[in-house]
Write a protein that binds this ligand. Sequence first.
Ligand code: FES
Length: 113
Amino acid sequence: MINKSENDFRKICDISELQNGRGKRFIVDDKEVAVFKIDDELFALYNVCPHQHFNFIYDGIIEKDCVICPIHGWRFELETGKNPDGRKGLERYPVKVIDDTVCIKVSNTKRPW
Ligand code: FES
């Protein structure tokens, strides 16, 4: 169950539900979101690959600062969603933790690149 939170952030899960080094899929305001926990950092990206529109970004392998789409291997920077190979990238979303609850803001999000 996703609840409203302050400033359009939506509560999506408890921080303990995220595995380190892995992604998890959520639907937030009808939008597919992939959330990754890498050590103490959280990243939230659009979960649908711009290549052939499969919704498996959450299941990608983490390599250096990128997640690799498990379908054909396009790479996306976790921090920005940018494709370092010059292809189309992913939206990225602000994510924060409030009292051990992970919150994401998906409204009015623009690509930063
Ligand atoms: S669908 Fe992601 S690389 Fe092809």
